[in-house]
Ligand binder design. Sequence first.
Ligand code: SF4
Length: 83
Amino acid sequence: MASLKKCVEAKCKDCTYDQASPGSWRQQVEDCRVTSCPLWIVRPVTMETVNARRKDKNGGDAALNAVIDNLEDEEDEDVVAGN
Ligand code: SF4
């Protein structure tokens, strides 16, 4: 069974990624501007953005930081797995 993270990744990638356009699928999904989409707040982002959020974790919204923390943990698993 696919994880929730993998389901969101697959949906966002299918929705936005265009191989003919510049940037990786994560960069293109991060650039998504459809803020009304229910997945927008948890859409995949690049590791550069994840690391920037880690540095800025002391500021901002606590609930959002909790969501980001959960995604970061799963993101780390992807890096180890080479995905
Ligand atoms: S967040 Fe953006 S890329 Fe992801 S499903 Fe929604 S509209 Fe598509």
